[in-house]
Design a protein around this ligand. Structure first.
Ligand code: M6R
Length: 360
């Protein structure tokens, strides 16, 4: 039941603190250590997934490649053939699928297994097809997700990827004990923090959705780990509000996309990590100079730096960039939700989409 919420999607967005808490509580250290051991002994890691699960894979790719230096590639399930010749029995595949039944991902898993790769499934549905065909399974414990748009399954997938990264990082000596403890501590505090963020931002996001609902297009720009976050934010807006939303690495925006920008064009910037703040400031200036309607998801500590250049600001807490996507996506989900509702659409039943895609 919707438990008093007008839509499942809104209920599921609000359930994220609980879903993350259950996922953290359900972690079996031994299972994780077996998986980490496999990852650390792999020549190469491929992460396969579709849609939102692919975006979780891109965040995972960032964590494993950029933070740990492991040779990792996130691959769109239906494009696995691009990599199949380069895979052998020294390699590991992480298959991310909320439903565990997406045919594109299942087909990729079968083909890569055939090449000798070991498979780790990350899924929300116990004993579904992809977990059944995998060597290892890590479950998210988000509870059933009814809304077609993935929300709580995405944030819990990111929690699993983060914990894998932390445990691998400590063994590899890439993270010291203090850093490990501080990020683990932030993860454990995430349910409370997210609850707070939902309460604090929902009204502002709703006001912003009034503007968004009257537009035909939007860009979502970020750098580093903010790129897959932007892709997921744009997908949400596109799939339920039917607004053409595109994500780009912010640095790419001047290599073509900026040509479309005119007065009032919404551009959503995500500011997450210290290293990318100054280049992003430059990108915001470029958009502002074209009279874009600039929207910033900005950590408290950088509000002063960006405020003058932004038409709308969403203030977020200062958190380690490695877990920031889990937090930042929540107001983006709310933005898509309220924009869809303002445009008169039912966010639970987007046209042309099914919850689980079982045809190739
Ligand atoms: O069940 P899966 O995670 O394998 O589903 C993959 C995609 O079909 C899914 O994430 C889709 O993109 C969502 N509707 C996005 O909100």
């Amino acid at each position: 039941s919707k438990e008093g919420y007008p839509h499942f999607m809104l209920k599921e967005i609000h359930e994220q603190p609980f879903a993350i808490g259950s996922t953290l509580a359900g972690i079996n250290e031994k299972e994780f250590d077996n998986v980490v051991n496999l990852l650390l002994n792999s020549r190469k890691i491929l992460i396969v997934g579709a849609g939102t699960s692919y975006h979780a894979g891109l965040v995972g790719d960032y964590l494993l490649t950029t933070v740990l230096g492991l040779d990792t590639h996130a691959v769109i399930s239906s494009e696995y053939k691009r990599y199949v010749n380069a895979v052998n029995d020294n390699d590991t595949v992480i298959a991310i699928s909320q439903s565990g039944e997406t045919i594109d991902t299942l087909v990729a898993v079968r083909a890569l297994k055939e090449r000798g790769a070991k498979v780790i499934a990350i899924s929300n549905v116990i004993d579904s097809a992809i977990p059944r065909e995998s060597n290892y399974v890590l479950y998210t414990r988000a509870g059933p997700e009814i809304g077609v748009a993935a929300t709580k399954t995405f944030t819990t997938q990111l929690v699993i990827m983060t914990i894998l990264t932390l445990r691998a990082g400590i063994i590899m000596g890439k993270l010291d004990a203090n850093e490990y403890r501080s990020i683990m501590d932030s993860l454990n505090k995430l349910p409370g923090l997210l609850q707070n963020i939902i309460t604090r931002t929902e009204g502002r996001v709703k006001a912003l959705s009034e503007y968004m609902s009257r537009r035909q297009n939007a860009y979502y720009l970020g750098r580093g780990i903010g790129v897959p976050l932007s892709m997921e934010g744009a997908l949400k807006l596109k799939e339920i509000a039917y607004i053409h939303a595109e994500a780009y690495p912010a640095g790419e925006s001047k290599h073509g996309p900026i040509a479309l920008v005119e007065e009032g064009y919404p551009v959503v910037f995500s500011i997450l990590d210290d290293d990318n703040v100054d280049p992003l400031l430059g990108n915001v200036m470029e958009m502002k100079a074209r009279d874009a309607y600039t929207i910033g998801f900005v950590p408290e500590k950088y509000i002063g730096k960006f405020k003058e250049l932004l038409n709308a600001v969403l203030e977020l807490p200062n958190v380690d960039y490695r877990i920031a996507p889990i937090i930042y996506i929540v107001p983006m989900q709310l933005l898509a939700y309220y924009t869809a509702v303002a445009r008169g659409y039912d966010p639970d039943k987007p046209r042309n989409l099914a919850k689980t895609v079982t045809v190739e």
